[in-house]
Ligand binder design. Structure first.
Ligand code: ZN
Length: 179
């Protein structure tokens, strides 16, 4: 049987902290404990955890659409709160991967596909922010590369009112399992 991977998407200070530049705020802070619990469960079961993180240049073209966020090497790009401590504790684990991504889809121009395939992963669990942007497009990236996808309602958040709509849409067009 293939392995499974938890993809923790964009849970940075800029996207999660109260004073982050593009923050989802409390809704994102509230999903942290469930993400950490599942991350620990994954490692205990010899599955994979991939931190997928926006990594922008200072004058990124992306900032024509969005307020500047997740600029490489800044506080804003660091994982939020307990997620950062968790990562520091587990970063040398062979099944913990950190993927710096230039775009919404964590598979686009990154080594994520290669790192997952190397570890025998066939199913990915989506968690993090934002449900209707990076999570949705990463679900597509996974689907397009032949992975089974699972969306976790209690581990995703967004700053819009489109959470449920986009999770349902993942099921419709990417065959995503919703839990
Ligand atoms: Zn971005």
């Amino acid at each position: 049987m293939g392995k499974e991977a938890l993809l923790i998407i964009d849970m940075s200070n800029d996207f999660v902290a109260d004073n982050g530049n593009l923050t989802v705020g409390k809704k994102a802070q509230d999903i942290v404990p469930a993400i950490l619990e599942f991350a620990n469960e994954c490692l205990a079961k010899h599955q994979v955890v991939a931190i997928c993180m926006d990594a922008h240049e200072e004058n990124d073209a992306h900032f024509e659409l969005w307020p500047p966020h997740n600029v490489k090497g800044t506080w804003g790009q660091q994982l939020f709160g307990d997620l950062q401590s968790w990562y520091e504790e587990h970063q040398d684990h062979p099944n913990v991967i950190y993927i710096a991504k230039p775009e919404y889809d964590a598979f686009f121009r990154t080594e994520l596909d290669e790192e997952l395939k190397k570890r025998g992963v066939t199913k990915v669990h989506l968690a993090g922010v934002c449900t209707d942007i990076c999570n949705f497009l990463t679900a597509y990236g996974a689907y397009a590369r032949g992975y089974e996808t699972v969306a976790h309602r209690d581990k995703m958040a967004t700053f819009t009112e489109q959470q449920d709509t986009f999770i349902e849409h993942m099921k419709t067009i990417f065959k995503t399992t919703i839990i």
